[in-house]
Write a protein that binds this ligand. Structure first.
Ligand code: AMP
Length: 399
């Protein structure tokens, strides 16, 4: 079965077409500037040329139509017709408490995703638009929703509750949800395979470190705690998000600057994190370069990030009463050896020993701990699209 995986943003649409008979990638691409002007980059994996051009994409429906046209046309195509695509899997950011696993999309599921819009006002509307656009162009082809939050629904109350008036939870659904669940699920399953042990017997800490970053404690294959919270702003300092801060800060800033809380929240989401501290960039490559050239704020931002990751790993080792494996994934986790080494320096007390030679590798599955290291440390490139395609195949075949 061939499965189209869709990840819709408000003005973008990322896609992959996978052949699930052997899990091979047939094509991938990205529509950008939807609703503004439009650009499509389509990359067939069968030797045909790349299409990388502006074209009008007034809505997501035209974007999906353009993607399908490229996937099936003689010049850039990888399948002979749309009827070869057996199902579509969508990344959906927020499933609230309603979804603890992936589901086949029907009217009830659409209504439930819509009910979660207040919890993810920037993301869920785009996901709904993507699903509706696929329906408009592809008709009755089965569609599946895979939620970023679902993996974390196994967290116990002591991990997901905030110590706030109980009505906040009951009436407003305020609790820790956690995100990046599809990534944490994929890399933890791969880690168990690399370690040659059943995941049920392992205590793992997964560090998804990219533009957005989160850490997850996975005990016996179940998420038991995670650093993002009610929204993806919580936890670690990120590219532009502040991570955990004292909740009194926004009010104090408003009182002393005349800014309103929406402006301050926006600044905490978009002008904070390593960008805010360094004043240089949200990109760790730029920060490393600037720090190397003597920029102290860039160096401080990198130090703060590594310190926060190390503190969270320590907290999760305590939460699980031990840790067998630590995983680094996503853009920074997969590529930034200096960052991994810096984090490793805090973790000697746990029995973590990083092997400098192994750590020099980049972007591939590998152990980076020494043979003697009590805790195994791994780099595992994440593959959220593959998880989405696997869930979609399983649900559609068993429907
Ligand atoms: P992601 O959100 O997973 O796509 O990660 C994006 C981030 O990964 C970028 O903002 C960079 O900071 C970081 N990144 C990508 N490649 C490298 C690299 N070679 N060295 C350091 N950081 C990198």
């Amino acid at each position: 079965m061939k499965i189209l995986v869709i990840n819709c943003g408000s003005s973008s649409l990322k896609y992959q077409l996978l052949d699930m008979d052997d899990e091979s990638l047939l094509a991938k691409g990205l529509c950008e500037r939807i609703g503004i002007d439009g650009h499509l980059k389509h990359q067939p994996q069968n030797g045909k040329p790349v299409f990388d051009e502006d074209l009008p994409l007034p809505t997501h429906t035209e974007a999906i139509a353009a993607v399908l046209e490229k996937l099936t046309c003689p010049e850039y195509g990888v399948v002979s017709g749309m009827d070869e695509i057996g199902a579509v899997g969508h990344r959906v950011v927020h499933g609230g408490e309603k979804f603890a696993s992936s589901v086949v999309i029907n009217d009830d599921v659409m209504a439930a995703i819509a009910e979660c819009v207040p919890l993810a006002p920037l993301h869920n509307p785009a996901n709904i638009t993507g699903i509706e656009a696929c329906k408009a162009v592809m008709g009755d082809v089965p569609q599946v929703a895979v939620f970023d939050t679902a993996f974390h629904q196994t967290m116990p109350g002591k991990a997901y509750m905030y110590a706030v008036p109980y009505e906040y939870y009951k009436d407003l659904q305020i609790r820790r949800y956690g995100f990046h669940g599809t990534s944490h699920r994929y890399v933890s399953a791969r880690a168990a395979e690399m370690m040659g042990k059943p995941i049920e017997e392992l205590k793992l800490i997964s560090c998804h470190m990219g533009n957005g970053s989160s850490i997850c404690a996975i005990d016996g294959g179940r998420s038991v705690d995670t650093s993002m919270g009610f929204t993806p702003i919580a936890g670690l300092p990120m590219g532009t998000r502040c991570g955990d801060i004292d909740v009194s800060i926004p009010d104090y800033v408003c009182q002393n600057t005349g800014k309103d809380v929406t402006t301050v929240t926006n600044e905490l989401n978009k002008k904070s994190g390593v960008l805010g501290v360094s004043g240089v960039s949200s990109d760790f490559r730029d920060l490393t370069k600037a720090a190397g050239e003597g920029n102290e704020r860039a160096a401080l931002a990198l130090e703060m990030f590594q310190y926060a990751v190390a503190k969270t790993i320590g907290a999760y080792a305590a939460a699980m009463n031990g840790v067998d494996g630590i995983i680094f994934t996503a853009g920074v986790g997969e590529n930034d050896a200096a960052c991994r080494a810096g984090i490793g320096q805090y973790l000697g007390y746990l029995g973590v020993e990083i092997c400098p030679n192994c750590n020099a590798k980049r972007g591939q599955e590998t152990f980076i701990s020494t043979a003697d290291s009590k805790v195994k440390v791994m780099v595992i490139p994440t593959n959220e699209e593959l998880v989405i395609a696997r869930d979609t195949k399983e649900l559609v075949e068993n429907a």
